[in-house]
Design a protein around this ligand. Structure first.
Ligand SMILES: C[S@@+](CC[C@H](N)C(=O)[O-])C[C@H]1O[C@@H](n2cnc3c(N)ncnc32)[C@H](O)[C@@H]1O
Length: 311
């Protein structure tokens, strides 16, 4: 079989795998897959409320934590195992990825887990004011050229404000120094309290599970991104108090360095440093783009992003 035929066969096999997962998704009680047309019926600017808005985990009374762009839901599932007294919802648009988390949660009988298949742009249709206590953003796409598509942009943070508790917290764990620095500058410029912040999580906290060795291509000559970031700047490693200074410092919780997602493992294998920060986006003053963020510098520092097969 020539290479082209082999590629075609792989695509067909993958397609069958996805179809199997989509069919099984229909059987998972923990997976909500709304028809986007119901939500969008009044157009993008006025979304229609989903019936679950304000009614997730009815009768439980426990706090609800979201993971946005959860992929296979590693954080959602592991946090739910560790904290049975808290409810978790993983959100992603990719059904084949959500299948992994939904299957795991179903097999383990985790009653404090739901998954929601939707575009995050529509998120305000699903949650009532104050319904959510924390949001995790795990290895979100930094969207180097499109601020409004970035999950920590003013546009998205204003959406989160509509349903996050007033003292609610956003956790951002990413390999992207661009996204980390952008978010840090946004917090500083808008007076949003940063509770914890490190540009190199594993220099301070070791991961107890398997920790991949750096990829051979990262051991000799560093790619543009890590060279520019790692060598030309002081190592940033601050715990607490980089924002308005009004919040108390927060110790980085073990789950931040003990849980590794699919994408995190790939980035670690390639030698990327993992960053983490937690901040409170609440308040009444509109959030604005960070004027102090040098996007050209950090875009150059980021270098070409690796692409991965989308499974
Ligand atoms: C780089 S992956 C990270 C997945 C997972 N958090 C991890 O660390 O392995 C980004 C995920 O965000 C999802 N995503 C990106 N933009 C989205 C959007 N606007 N709405 C819903 N999901 C989105 C993608 O489908 C993808 O699964």
């Amino acid at each position: 079989m020539d290479a082209r035929a082999a590629r075609k066969e792989r695509r067909v096999r993958m397609g069958h795998g996805k179809l199997r997962k989509f069919a099984e998704n229909e059987t998972f009680a923990c997976l909500v897959q709304p028809d986007g047309r119901e939500i969008l019926a009044d157009g993008y600017s006025t979304l229609r409320d989903h019936p679950l808005k304000g009614h997730w985990f009815e009768g439980s009374g426990a706090p609800i934590v979201l993971e946005l762009g959860c992929g296979r839901g590693e954080y959602t599932v592991e946090l739910a195992r560790r904290h049975p007294d808290i409810n978790y919802i993983g959100v992603d648009i990719k059904g084949a990825r959500l299948w992994s988390g939904a299957k795991q949660a179903t097999q383990e009988g985790l009653s404090n887990v739901r998954f929601l298949r939707t575009r995050i742009e529509l998120i305000t249709a699903f949650f009532a004011p104050g319904e959510i206590s924390e949001i995790w953003l795990t290895f979100s796409d930094p969207q180097l050229g499109k601020e409004n598509a970035r999950l920590t942009s003013p546009l998205f943070l204003e959406r989160y404000r509509q349903f996050l508790a007033p003292d609610g917290v956003v956790h951002l764990k990413t390999d992207s120094r661009f996204l980390h620095e952008y978010t840090k500058a946004l917090c500083a410029d808008n007076g949003l309290p940063i509770l914890a912040c490190t540009a190199d999580l594993y220099s301070e906290h070791s991961h107890s599970g398997p920790h991949p060795e750096p990829h051979p291509s990262r051991q000799g000559v560093s790619p543009q991104r890590s060279r520019a970031v790692g060598d030309s700047l002081p190592s940033v490693s601050e715990l607490a108090l980089l924002g308005s200074g009004s919040a108390a410092g927060m110790t980085i919780q073990p789950e931040v360095y003990e849980v590794q997602t699919y994408y995190e493992r790939m980035f670690l294998e390639q030698g990327y440093k993992i960053t983490y920060m937690a901040f409170r986006p609440g308040g009444a003053t509109p959030i604005v783009s960070p004027a102090s963020f040098d996007k050209d510098y950090w875009r150059a520092a980021e270098g070409p992003r690796r692409t991965f097969s989308h499974r």
